[in-house]
Design a protein around this ligand. Structure first.
Ligand code: PFF
Length: 453
C-alpha cells in the first residue's frame, strides 16, 4: 500500500503558529473587503451578523481545521482521507480537501489582482499624488487606474511572480519572520488613522453606521454575505488553516490559539472600519462605493495629514505584506497536494498553480474595465468568482469540516487533540461544531435561496 507522506516541518513555537495563522487571516479581507462589504450591506446589521458568525461558526470550524491538520499532519485532502480511513469513514471526505484546493486557486486569481492595486498605490502615495486630494479627485485617480487592463495585468503578474517565488522556497521560516513586525506596524498605522478620524469629526457617523444595526437592511443575501465574509476573513473552509495546523507542535493548545487568532482578525477588521468610515462620512463620500472603497478613502485621509504621502505609502506597503502572507496560505494546500500526492517537484507545482491562477486573474482584470458588464446572474467575472468562493465554497467546505470533526471523528480523538484546552472549552466546541455551526450554515443558505422568509 502506498504510504502517505509524513508532514514536513513544525512551527518553531506556538507563537509562531499564531503569527502565521494570523498572517493568513489578516489580509485584504480585513482592510479592503470588510469595509466595502459593510458599506454595501447597510453597516451595523452586517457587522453584527459577521461577528456572530465569527464566534458561533468561525471559531469552532477553525478549531476543527487545526485539529484535523495536526492529527493527520498532511495536506488537507490526504488529512481528511487518512483520518476517515483510520476511523472507518467514507473515502468521500477527501474530496472536501480537493474542493478547498480549487477554492484557493479561484480566490488567489483575484487576490493577486487586488494586491497589485496596493503595489501601484504605494508608488502613487510616495510620489505625492494624494497630497491634499479631495474625494472626487481620489475617485477619478482610482477610476483612471482601473480603466487600463494592461496596467492591471502587469501588477497582477508581478504580484503573482513574487508570491510564487516565496512559495517555491517553502513557507514556514519566512512567514514567521515577516508577520512579527508586519502586524504591529499595520495596527499602529490603522490606529493613527482612527485618531485622525476622531479628530476631524466623522467618527460619530462612522460608529453609528458600523454599530447601530438596522435590521431592515438584512435580507437572505446580506446574511449570506456576512457569513461568507467571516469564512473568508478567517481563512476557513478551504484547508489553509488545516495546512498550517499540520505544522503545529503537539504541545500547543488549539482552542485558545484559535480564539486569539479570531479576536485579532476581527479586531483588525473593526479598526479598519473605524479608520475608513470617518473619512467616508467626513468627506461626503458614499459607503456603498464597492471594491474601490479603501483606494478612494485612504488617499483622502492621509492626503490631509502632514507627510501624508509617506504614511499612505507605508500603509499600502504594510497592506501588501499582509496580503502576501495571506496569499501564500491560499496556494499552500494546492502546492502541498501536488507535491505530496502527485509526486511533482515544488517547482513544477508552482508552475502549474501559477499558470491557472494567472489565466483566471485576467478575468478579474477585465471585470473592472473592458468586461465590466455583468454577464453571469447579474455579476461580472470578479463578482462571480468572489460569490462562488466566499459565499458558497468556503461555507460549504466549513460545513463539511464541522461535520467531519463533530460526527465522523470519535470524541476520543478530538478530545485527545484538545487536551490542553479546558474541559469547558472542549464541551462548548463540541456543541458548536456538531450542532450550532452546521445548523447556522444550512439556515443561512436556506434563507439566502428564499426558503425561509
Ligand atoms: N483571510 C484572508 C484575508 O482576509 O485577506 C484571505 C484568505 C486567505 C482566505 C487564505 C482564505 C484562505 F484560505
Amino acid at each position: 500500500m502506498q504510504q502517505p507522506p509524513v508532514a514536513h516541518v513544525e512551527w518553531s513555537s506556538r507563537l509562531a503558529f499564531i503569527l502565521a495563522a494570523s498572517g493568513s487571516a489578516v489580509g485584504l479581507g480585513n482592510i479592503w473587503k470588510f469595509p466595502y462589504m459593510a458599506g454595501e450591506n447597510g453597516g451595523g446589521a452586517f457587522v453584527l451578523v459577521y461577528l456572530l458568525c465569527v464566534l458561533a461558526v468561525g471559531v469552532p470550524i477553525m478549531i476543527a481545521e487545526i485539529l484535523i491538520g495536526r492529527r493527520a499532519r498532511l495536506n488537507p485532502m490526504d488529512a481528511m482521507g487518512t483520518l476517515a480511513a483510520q476511523h472507518g469513514r467514507s473515502g468521500v471526505w477527501r474530496w472536501v480537501g480537493l474542493a478547498g484546493v480549487i477554492a484557493g486557486v479561484l480566490i488567489m486569481s483575484y487576490y493577486s489582482v487586488i494586491t497589485g492595486w496596493t503595489v501601484a498605490y504605494i508608488g502613487k502615495s510616495v510620489s505625492g499624488a494624494f497630497n491634499g486630494i479631495s474625494g472626487p479627485q481620489a475617485q477619478a485617480v482610482f477610476e483612471d487606474f482601473i480603466s487600463d487592463p494592461l496596467d492591471l495585468l502587469l501588477w497582477h503578474t508581478l504580484v503573482l511572480a513574487v508570491v510564487l517565488g516565496i512559495a517555491a522556497r517553502g513557507v514556514a521560516g519566512g512567514i514567521e519572520r515577516a508577520v512579527q513586525w508586519l502586524m504591529p506596524g499595520l495596527l499602529v498605522l490603522l490606529v493613527a488613522l482612527v485618531c485622525y478620524g476622531a479628530a476631524t469629526g466623522g467618527m460619530g457617523a462612522a460608529a453609528r453606521f458600523l454599530f447601530t444595526p438596522d435590521f431592515a437592511a438584512l435580507d437572505g443575501q446580506t446574511v449570506l454575505a456576512a457569513m461568507g465574509q467571516a469564512f473568508f476573513s478567517l481563512s476557513l473552509g478551504m484547508g489553509a488553516i488545516m495546512m498550517y495546523g499540520s505544522y503545529l507542535p503537539r504541545q500547543a493548545p488549539i482552542g485558545r490559539s484559535a480564539l486569539i487568532i479570531a479576536a485579532l482578525d476581527s479586531g483588525v477588521a473593526i479598526v479598519a472600519g473605524l479608520a475608513i468610515f470617518p473619512i467616508v462620512f467626513g468627506n461626503g463620500m458614499a459607503p456603498g462605493e464597492g471594491p474601490g472603497l479603501v483606494f478612494v478613502t485612504l488617499p483622502v485621509g492621509f492626503g490631509q495629514l502632514p507627510a501624508g504621502g509617506l504614511f499612505a505609502g507605508l500603509f499600502f506597503l504594510l497592506l501588501l505584506f499582509a496580503a502576501l502572507t495571506s496569499a501564500v496560505s491560499l496556494i499552500e494546500p494546492g502546492l502541498a497536494y501536488l507535491t505530496e500526492r502527485t509526486g511533482r517537484s515544488r517547482g513544477q507545482a508552482v508552475a502549474i498553480m501559477g499558470s491557472a491562477i494567472w489565466l483566471l486573474g485576467i478575468g478579474t482584470v477585465l471585470s473592472f474595465n473592458v468586461w465590466s458588464t455583468p454577464w453571469l446572474a447579474g455579476r461580472t467575472f470578479f463578482d462571480a468568482v468572489d460569490y462562488l468562493t466566499s459565499n458558497l465554497m468556503l461555507p460549504l467546505g466549513g460545513l463539511a469540516v464541522a461535520l467531519f470533526a463533530g460526527w465522523a471523528l470519535p470524541r476520543l480523538a478530538t478530545d485527545d487533540e484538545l487536551q490542553l484546552d479546558t474541559p469547558r472549552l472542549r464541551r462548548y466546541w463540541r456543541l458548536l461544531c456538531r450542532w450550532v455551526a452546521p445548523a447556522a450554515v444550512v439556515l443561512v443558505f436556506l434563507h439566502a435561496i428564499g426558503l425561509l422568509g
